[in-house]
Write a protein that binds this ligand. Structure first.
Ligand SMILES: Cc1ncc(COP(=O)(O)O)c(C=O)c1O
Length: 459
């Protein structure tokens, strides 16, 4: 039986326990009727605080230490950390563990907004680079070792490199090659692997090894994205070969995360990792990938449909219809077929699958695409421009965050220095960050009538 479940079970049968502690629902003695209707009592029955036997996630020395140790064995890491605040908290903690104010950090700009949060909190100075674009699909390509080397050579003080692999759209970068370069220049490699939570368990099948066994120092996995855990269960791993200290990561997590981590979520994390590691879990993952492959084979036979076939995570399906703008296809899928895609850009649609995706869903999508491919559609969708050049950074994210700011009419914003994150969500990749100059080119991303700006310079 799982470690946390065992303790909850023992507490329940030990009637002597009489806790005058948080949480005050007292393991379900009181549950708001509406909450009970939605969640049932079980959720509350396993919701404890750090009382006797439950350990403390800030300084684990009991059941949570054992659990994190077991997880580290499963992931072949030096240390693994349970995150009940998502990969967001893992990314920020990783940055706080390795970066100090004014340290330089090389970052692929197609990063999640949490990296910006980490920049404000650490005070590190970002050196941004844009991975190449794949215009046909309107996505970023892999990060190449060459672009990393070029930047590290030009900025020898860079202390860490942050990349996203797989990307939101599923594109992998070659971690073995990139880590060779980061090691050569003595930089810590942090890989946002939030979307790659299944890859540790599918290595034999996909041939792709997770980042921390391929040379990265730290990675994060969102278990809720593809692995079947509830929002926002996640893990952070430090590689066996890494010099990053586990205590530094623990200290950083203690700085930014709640002192009341959710035991229901930790129970879910334990259960999901155990499941994925079991024969049954591996069979389920294989079944998922087989279904994806089967879908791709069938959908590719629809004349109008093309499926992305680059170096990418198998749980993502990126497709386009040759005769219709992707946004028009998305509208028809949403309105006529009640199918919601994860995301669509100018040229392609992204469908996220995971451990819970059923054959029925694949069939529904396939049938819808088949119908759309023979529809007469009048489409007047105009393409929205994606970030294609790096904005000019006037202040670092931290400087801008603490700089005086004001709201102005958006129509007057071109030329001013932005003081808020302009962020289409999904995918959660910032287009303009605080401290960067707003240009005419990126004005169409600003959806609000007013925008927060800082500084007085127009030039
Ligand atoms: C690439 C990437 N990294 C990190 C995150 C943050 O993950 P979480 O929701 O687990 O905090 C996301 C969430 O959308 C993401 O897309």
């Amino acid at each position: 039986m799982s470690l946390i479940r065992k303790i909850v079970y023992n507490k329940k049968i030990n009637k002597k326990a009489c806790n005058f502690t948080t949480p005050s629902h007292s393991q379900g003695d009181f549950v708001c009727p509406d909450a009970e209707k939605m969640l049932g009592r079980k959720f509350f029955e396993c919701d404890y605080s750090e009382t006797e036997g439950f350990d403390n996630l800030r300084a684990p020395d009991g059941v949570l230490k054992e659990l994190q140790y077991n997880i580290s064995k499963i992931y072949t890491s030096k240390n693994s950390f349970i995150l009940t605040n998502g990969s967001t908290s893992g990314i920020i903690a990783a940055m706080l563990a390795v970066l100090s104010p004014n340290d330089e950090v090389l970052i692929a700009r197609n990063c999640h907004v949490s990296v910006y949060n980490g920049l404000v909190l650490t005070g590190a100075r970002p050196v941004w680079f844009l991975p190449e674009r794949d215009e046909k699909w309107d996505i970023f390509k892999s990060v190449t070792p060459d672009i990393i080397e070029k930047n590290l050579k030009a900025n020898p003080l860079i202390k860490a490199v942050i990349i996203t692999s797989p990307t939101y759209e599923g594109v992998y970068s070659s971690i073995p090659q990139i880590s060779e370069v980061t090691k050569k220049y003595g930089a810590v490699l942090i890989v946002d692997e939030a979307h790659g939570a299944l890859c540790n368990f599918a290595r034999d099948y996909t041939g792709y090894a997770p980042a921390i066994v391929s040379g990265a120092d730290i990675s994060v996995h969102s278990l809720h994205k593809t692995a079947g855990a509830p929002n926002p269960c996640a893990l952070l791993h430090i590689a066996k070969s890494s010099k990053v200290s586990a205590q530094a990561v623990q200290d950083a997590l203690n700085l930014i995360t709640t002192t009341s981590p959710s035991y229901p979520l930790m129970t879910a994390i334990e259960a999901v990792v155990e499941f994925l590691f079991s024969d049954k879990g591996r069979t389920e993952i294989r079944k998922l990938y087989d279904m994806v492959e089967d879908f791709i084979t069938k959908a590719s036979n629809i004349e109008d449909v093309e499926i992305y076939s680059g170096f990418c995570d198998k749980s993502k399906i990126l497709l386009r219809m040759k005769s219709l703008p992707a946004l028009a296809v998305a509208k028809i899928l949403n309105e006529d077929f009640k199918i919601e895609e994860e995301f669509s850009n100018d040229n392609s649609l992204l469908f996220l699958t995971g451990i819970g995706t059923t054959k029925r869903k694949f069939d529904t999508l396939f049938n819808a695409l088949k119908e759309i491919s023979v529809m007469e559609v009048d489409s007047d969708f105009t393409a929205e421009k994606t970030l294609i050049s790096l904005p000019q950074m006037i202040y670092t994210p931290r400087e801008a965050y603490f700089h005086p700011s004001e709201y102005i009419d958006t129509e007057n914003a071109a030329g001013r220095i932005c003081a808020e994150v302009v962020l289409p969500y999904p995918p959660g990749i910032p287009v303009i960050l605080p401290g960067e100059r707003i240009t005419e080119n990126n004005m169409n991303f600003i959806m609000t009538e007013k925008i927060k700006v800082t500084g007085i310079s127009k030039n």
